[in-house]
Design a protein around this ligand. Sequence first.
Ligand SMILES: [Zn+2]
Length: 763
Amino acid sequence: MKVERYNLFLDFEDNNFKGKEIIEVETEGNIELDSLVKINSIYTGDNSPLKYEVINDKVLIYTGNFKGKIFIEFEGKVSTNSLVGIYRSKDIITTQFEPNFANRLFPCVDNPEYKAKFSLKVSVNRGLQVISNMPTEKIEEKNGKLIYHFKETPPMSTYLLFLGIGEFEEIQKDKVIVATTKGKIYKARFALESALKILKYYENYFNMPYELPKLHLIAVPDTSVGAMENWGAITFRESSLLVGETSSLENRKDVLLTIAHEIAHQWFGNLVTLKWWDDLWLNESFATFLELKCNSKLFPALNKLGDFINEYTYASMFEDSLTTTHKIKAEIKTPVEINEAFDQISYGKGASILRMIEAYIGEDNFRNGIVNYLNKYRYSNATAKDFFASLNADILEDWISKPSYPVIFVKVEGNKIILKQKRFALLHNVEDLTYKVPITIEVNNKLITKLLENKEDIIVFDEEVKKLKLNLNRTGFYRVHYNDLNYVAYLNDIEIAGLINDYYNFYIAGIVSLQEFISLINKYKNYKGLNTSEMISSILSYLYKINPLKYKQIAEDYIRAQLIIWKNYSNEEERSLYYRLMRRLSFIDENFSLALSELFPYYDQIESELKSVAVISYATVTSNVKTLIEKYKYYSFDEDKEIFLNGISAIRDPVSLKEIFMSLDTFKYQHLISLIIWLSNNPYIRKEYYSIFLSHFKEFKDFAINITGGIWGLGMLIRRIFPMLSLINKNEILDLLKEIEDKDLKRSIDYAKEIIQILENLS
Ligand SMILES: [Zn+2]
């Protein structure tokens, strides 16, 4: 079957819509469409009705062998309790179709392989504006309503269609338009200027122009995702798009990263699209990897590489050392599996593997491979195999088709370096594998590279080994265990952070003791390195949240020592780190937060980085939920709201929890989901939260399922909240998991069980 074109007319009245659709199609057998709207009639061009049957979310149309136009009349509702499909977010109507929610707007073949052209007409009440992938051709007035006619799209997948209805404000330069809801456009300038630079960077990198006549970046008040790359009409969380001169560095970097990611998709994903969701990594690994390439080129003052390794490489390595991990190219059949594929393996691991391959085959070869691939498959679909063929790098295939990654055990004997590889797992019950590992070693200041393909290998050096290090700049996706750390030398900041991350994971896995891990940290207590400081302080904050008594001293000692070092920061990144350290310490040490909490009334006057320190301090000292919620409501931008949300989740007095639960309808859905997760991380109120969470479990479950569009929403709660709650009563949580037992949630349940075991070991 082939769909040539969808001709769609949609008439909106409040939260209801009526649709007329003409599908141009060619098929050898009956047609099966995906649909969650109410079908009123289906007929052919000469008005003869077609027999059809609605079976759950499918419509089977008895056409037999057919070529021509099929007419469908239908109606549907704009959702008010969901953040997928077509839904209302405050004053606007917006859509989120990836991966399989276009069927909530119109009957279609909701499968990325079925690319078609879209010709869209939308009727709305006067005063409302409509945005879609293409520019408007004309706006017609009819029966007191406005009909927006959009130019036809190029062939594209259904998940990339976008529709936004409401009162927008816009600014434009060249092809780029930033749109916000009323009153917010004055914070769009930074996004507009950055997007123009980023777009130009990609046109040059891909050696191919951006194909559509315009590119909208739209700030959506409430969304379940960070951003969505709809072709020509990208949607963003407000905090990932709208920042001002005075916004914190973290927020401004988030905007740059998100824009770089989503614009990369305009080629990687939109122009060339995966054939099926098992190759989701092709979209996401690239967009994530290109965040790094693009931003390090355009904004060299930012610590882009450090952030990338921290947020993607190490985060995905953690997930990838669990038994529930999967190959990058995953097996995907059910809707649950499709939605679960949007994980750290597809994003972080895939992107890190691409970084490793680029370093291995060279920047030019890598880029040429990409450009050839895009040229060959533009306006169509491709698979991993097609990509491997363009890139000509067989080690990539090895990494895509195996789960997990190795730890390299290093042993020095005179002039010999003995390397052994073993699949790394946090809890040891996995099948061992052998990987093709591009190894970089610096020995006595000389660089050696080699491809380790066997279990064991010996490098014979021409003199006695005195100093060495492996995995330079942490380009390789592997961990390194040295049998004697005294040999390890010349490490730069990124490499020390990597060493710490490796040994932290060895501690979790029981390969090194807590004592050994702490003495490694103490070695770097007075070391001045952005990435090292971020790595150690975030690990210690996390451990503190698991067991404050056990980890308080070490966490406090380390952060205090670091605060002295960074007091005289000399650039934005250092300043940002300095305040992050303060924020972490103010959660741990009430004496420290006491003085800082007095800054709270001056929230509007103090510099952005200090705002979140003041709010966390105020929250830990006063637990004044009422005021924090008032502030959350008062500020209109998410960058402020999120600071107060963080504060609310940092309170110390469990009595105040009740007040949070009486005001749940105050929060945007996207914030409510964060809040119920964050509260479980707070050790001061965990015990009381435990009872409240369990007594509200049914409501939370329904809420999560509704906003994410399926049972995977419950999977998210199970993975993110249950492990932390198990610290209160492990057996009760395990019993609850047993009760839930649902084959679609198997992966989430197994994941939670494994994290529960890990937390028990750490606590
Ligand atoms: Zn993406």
